[in-house]
Design a protein around this ligand. Structure first.
Ligand code: NAD
Length: 311
């Protein structure tokens, strides 16, 4: 299949390489031409604009930072949608919101252009390994038709058709909202327990063995606890963007989210203190700093697979 891919960053770079490896004919575009060097070396075609990319594509995938970027690429001057052929398909794999895709779909439908939202979990490691979780919001026939394309980038067992248009975005935002809440709650508990004099290793083991255990505590937190790795492959700027979008969605559907609103503020503080490019787990360090301790397990306790966290 002829696939166009726009947005060759931490995620889109390796995802589009996996499409090439699966034998698809791939055309790529990014505002940073240098991001495409490896793709071109492996046989991809470079397109200087979204419109040029559309000429060579039956299916176009976007993997862009924010809804604003998606809107600009799709509907802005010289945008993708106007150049897409009748009957072609757009899959947005960015963590975005239904509103932008709805605006695109309103214009796309009359030209027979199919639209899917298919955001992902599994971070840059999963993007490289081709094991992403993918949450597809679309008509069932479109989801089925595009499955071979998605399987080149994700784990077939974890490519889920989650409902109609927009539901893929919603599932992805709820995953991130819950995970960031886990991170903040876990940081508080570990900092307080350690300051209260409990050995961190004993505290961690006790919590894991208790009804309060979580996947975050048992696995994902080890990235920091074992290695001091706050996961720079997912930047705080994007983490804060996701929390903001999740809270906007909650407002739109009329559900108060007091807890997530506080977590968003803590994340924004982390971004203000440590910068846009700091890793998504850096809010743990806010608690380390305020408690005056480094939350680290002794080396002999190292276990699990640090670095293989989400999103
Ligand atoms: P990134 O910032 O590394 O990459 C974004 C890419 O888009 C960059 O190469 C940038 O140059 C390009 N770009 C920006 N504006 C453009 C435009 N107008 N035209 C063409 N290209 C443009 O971001 P990322 O980490 O790859 O994340 C991409 C999306 O995936 C985001 O929505 C993010 O929330 C989501 N996501 C990221 C992760 C992760 O672990 N990094 C995991 C799951 C989902």
């Amino acid at each position: 299949m002829r696939i166009g891919f726009i947005g060759l960053g931490n995620m889109g770079g390796p995802m589009s390489l996996n499409l090439l490896a699966a034998g698809h004919t791939v055309t790529v575009h990014d505002v940073r031409e240098e991001a495409a060097a490896e793709h071109v070396a492996r046989g991809a075609r470079w397109a200087a604009s979204p419109a040029e990319l559309a000429e060579h594509s039956d299916t176009v995938i976007t993997m862009l930072p924010t809804p604003r970027h998606v809107e600009r690429v799709m509907l802005g001057e010289g945008g993708l949608l106007a150049a897409m052929a009748e009957g072609s398909t757009w899959i947005d794999m960015s963590t975005s919101v239904p509103a932008v895709a709805d605006r695109v779909r309103a214009l796309a439908d009359e030209r027979g252009i199919r639209v899917l939202d298919a955001p992902v979990s599994g971070m840059a490691h999963g993007a490289r390994a081709g094991t992403l979780q993918i949450f597809v919001g679309a008509d069932p026939e479109d989801a089925a038709r595009q499955r071979p394309v998605l399987e080149a980038m994700g784990d077939p067992e974890r490519i889920l058709h989650v409902g109609p248009h927009g539901t893929g975005y919603a599932v992805k935002l709820m995953i991130n909202m819950l995970w960031f809440c886990h991170l903040v709650a876990t940081s508080e508990v570990l900092a307080v327990g350690a300051r209260a004099g409990v050995d961190l290793e004993v505290l961690h083991r006790s919590l894991v063995a208790s009804p309060a255990n979580s996947n975050f505590l048992q696995n994902d937190a080890l990235s920091v606890l074992n290695n001091g790795d706050y996961d720079e492959s997912f930047a705080m700027a994007l983490a804060c963007k996701d929390l903001g979008l999740a809270i906007d969605l909650a407002r739109e559907v009329g559900v108060p989210v007091e807890l997530s609103a506080v977590v968003e503020q803590i994340y924004r503080r982390g971004k203000a203190v440590f910068g846009d490019l700091a890793g998504e787990m850096i809010p743990m360090k806010l608690y380390e700093d305020v408690a005056g301790i480094e939350l680290r397990l002794p080396a002999r306790e190292a276990s699990g697979t640090p670095g293989q966290v989400r999103p």
